[in-house]
Design a protein around this ligand. Structure first.
Ligand code: NAI
Ligand code: BUO
Length: 259
């Protein structure tokens, strides 16, 4: 197993894609620090990791708060005896016509989706540099970071920003042996898409499930994505086979967006 004995931290690990990534990295041999706003589901994921024979620790933190993210990284290193892989996965959606977007909408989503990734990059890189070790930083982007989608305009802007941060961080930290990449899923059947579908319905009058189905209809491989599909890419980005890769925001969407 390519990352046996490594320590990974995954934000937004209580459910959905973050949970899938945490379980996959544990299957690959890593011990995992699970970070989220929600303590109870985090404990359930920790129990699943323990059943796989790996160690897990949980930490409640808001990724939009710089000090809490630094505390989460410190906790992971202290509890699991090292720190090698940072997955900045936590994010929120927003569905709004651009005409109705208010300053507080922009502030809320940028605080989590962009600042959350920035604080994660900073905290992880500071620790890697201080300990003189190589490290992997992996950020959550989206198809919406490659293409702007109607009613998802500000969300798209946050994911384009993640691509910019990923490229800049890759260049700033390359000389320290730190790689920085991002995964860009398409339409993953998590709670986030239940919320997106519902919010589209409220704005457009679409029936429940209709927006999700329309998006899935555009996928060349003909099915919605699973957290496990995404986790396979994150596994690759966490391991030595991706050592010569940095600054990339990789589409994994079943053939929905082509760039
Ligand atoms: N579901 C999808 O189709 C896609 C999702 N993504 C991205 O993947 C990531 C994960 O998405 P999903 O698993 O689908 O979402 P989800 O809504 O199912 O799970 C997100 C998790 O992040 C946590 N979280 C939210 N705000 C947080 C904060 N401030 N601090 C700490 N944790 C916080 C939530 O509590 C939740 O456990 C997000 O960045 C999302 O933008 C990207 C492309 C497609
Ligand atoms: C949630 C998300 O990133 C999209 C556009 O499906």
């Amino acid at each position: 197993m390519a990352i046996t004995g490594k320590v990974a931290l995954v934000t937004g690990a209580a459910q959905g894609i973050g949970r899938g990534i945490a379980l996959r990295l544990a299957q690959d041999g890593a011990d995992v620090a699970l970070v989220d706003l929600k303590p109870e589901p985090l404990h359930a994921v920790a129990a699943e990791i323990a059943a796989l024979g790996r160690r897990a620790t949980t930490f409640v933190a808001d990724v939009g708060d710089r000090e809490q993210v630094r505390a989460a990284v410190d906790h992971a290193a202290r509890e699991l005896g090292g720190f090698d892989i940072m997955v900045n996965n936590a994010g929120i959606a927003q569905v709004k016509a651009l005409a109705s977007v208010m300053p507080e909408d922009v502030e809320r989503i940028f605080r989590i989706n962009v600042q959350g990734v920035l604080w994660g990059i900073q905290a992880a890189a500071d620790r890697f540099v201080a300990s003189g070790q190589k490290g992997k930083i992996i950020n959550a982007c989206s198809i919406a970071g490659h293409d702007g989608f109607a009613l998802l305009g500000v969300y798209s802007a946050t994911k384009f920003a993640v691509r910019g941060l990923t490229q800049a961080a890759a260049k700033e930290y390359a000389s320290k042996g730190i790689t920085v990449n991002a995964y860009c899923p398409g339409v993953v059947g998590t709670s986030m898409w239940v919320e997106i579908d519902q919010l589209f319905s409220e704005i457009t009058g679409a029936e429940k499930g209709e927006t999700f189905r329309k998006y899935v209809d555009g996928i060349a491989l003909g099915r919605a994505e699973t957290p496990e599909d995404v986790a396979g890419l994150v596994s690759y980005l966490s391991g030595p086979d991706s050592d010569y890769m940095t600054g990339q925001s990789v589409l994994i969407d079943g053939g929905l967006v082509y760039r």
